[in-house]
Design a protein around this ligand. Sequence first.
Ligand SMILES: N[C@@H](CCC(=O)N[C@@H](CS)C(=O)NCC(=O)O)C(=O)O
Length: 184
Amino acid sequence: MQPVLFYGVPQGSSFGSIVALEWLGQPYQLCRIEMLQQPWDKLYSYINPLYLTPALLLENGQVLTESLAILLHLANRGLEQGLGFRQGTREFDRLNQTLAYLNTDFYSAFNPFWMVYEMQDLEDCDRELLRTLGQKEVAKNCMYLNTLLADRQWLLGGETHTVADAYLTGIGRWVDYHHLFNLQ
Ligand SMILES: N[C@@H](CCC(=O)N[C@@H](CS)C(=O)NCC(=O)O)C(=O)O
């Protein structure tokens, strides 16, 4: 059996794990969960009782949830390709640190926009407040990432991409998805 990645909508955060799997270059399968159709298929609770994607079903039948855990698992499989580093090295700590930043501060900066997206019946003033709060947080974090990437091609500054770049590829698209900045 090949590993199976359960993902939701294409614009979701699971995309980062898909990029990492592509960069790993080993066989895998995708299984789409129609997350916009409520309620989700009850069978998915065997994969993730929290009903969230991504989740990775491994060859031995065990399931890994949480992007951070999935990406570090793939990083360990892709040491030769430079996707990750051996635990105990400085590079491993830096990768872990970068993934944690992306999974907390950067990810949550977009929360107000997802609230606006999901709560159709919001008052105009509430929608405006959420967008203003989100815009400030996203701008602050994009500025940080922009500065970091000013003198390097990849987040960790090495010669090739790591799973942190894969994860950023997924979440970074939300700037465009929510039409946050005029990039022209
Ligand atoms: N802490 C989880 C969060 C995963 C998450 O929030 N996934 C979203 C898609 S980006 C989801 O499955 N949402 C389904 C829902 O809210 O119903 C991780 O980092 O993997």
